[in-house]
Ligand binder design. Structure first.
Ligand code: HEM
Length: 211
């Protein structure tokens, strides 16, 4: 049973994801005028990889929130399974595209490494979610999906933090920093939620002692 806080959190997340998808979908027109101005030339020279990245990530980002809805999962198991495969495909394709684009990012080595690790983390956590569900380990699958989607939300947190960090440190350094702070705290929060939920599922100590 979801608490009011969880419902509000899910709805806020959905709103941010809808905005992200709308903003990102403009790239699919392949009109250079909509590209991130500092990287316009790079994007024009690597359009195919950029589209692979954005296309895959839009799919995964849009599907993700609904996969966490227990009522949807229970009522439409087959749809959950199909959507899960599409999510995985999107994360895989978008992650490989992201890894490629990471080598060309706007603030050089520091942002290249930050985005590369993010892309690898997305690939690993999404892959683990798949491996766990194939092994029938539903709880472990949920936990890996929580980590995977928290990383996916880096695309949202990046766009929230970037203007502040760039105003504070300048475009170059602010963007280099955001390539890290957009995802490391998300992963820490996901880990906290996973562990907190695991603790809540544990039987109370005195009951275990009696058993
Ligand atoms: C979570 C893993 C992700 C990684 C590793 C990643 C990586 C990257 C990299 C390296 C770039 C180029 C940045 C630069 O030019 O400096 C980029 C650009 C972009 N990515 Fe991602 N990304 C991820 C998630 C997403 C998601 C979920 C979306 C949207 C649904 C998305 C949409 C975009 C867009 C629209 C751009 C073009 C630049 C901009 O408008 O900011 N990315 N991404």
């Amino acid at each position: 049973m979801w608490t009011t806080g969880t419902r509000v959190g899910w709805t806020v997340m959905l709103l941010f994801v809808v905005l992200l998808v709308l903003v990102s979908a403009r790239y699919l027109t392949m009109d250079p005028q909509v590209y991130f101005p500092r990287q316009r030339e790079v994007y024009e020279a690597h359009t195919a990889w950029l589209m692979v990245h954005i296309g895959g990530m839009i799919l995964a980002a849009a599907i993700g929130p609904f996969q966490f809805l227990r009522s949807f999962r229970n009522r439409y198991r087959r749809a959950h399974r199909i959507a899960g495969r599409v999510y995985l495909l999107g994360a895989l394709v978008g992650g490989v595209g992201g890894l490629y684009m990471a080598q060309l990012s706007a603030s050089g080595t520091i942002s290249d490494v930050g985005f590369s690790l993010l892309a690898i983390a997305v690939l690993v956590t999404s892959g683990m979610a798949f491996v766990r569900i194939r092994a029938g380990e539903v709880q472990a699958h949920r936990e890996w999906m929580t980590r995977s989607y928290a990383l996916m939300l880096a695309a949202v947190t990046l766009r929230i933090y970037a203007p502040f960090l760039e105003a504070w440190l300048g475009e170059q350094d602010g963007y280099a920093l955001v390539a890290w702070v957009s995802w490391v705290p998300n992963l820490v929060v996901a880990e906290y939620l996973v562990r907190r939920n695991a603790r809540r599922r544990e039987p109370p100590r005195d009951v275990t002692a009696l058993a």
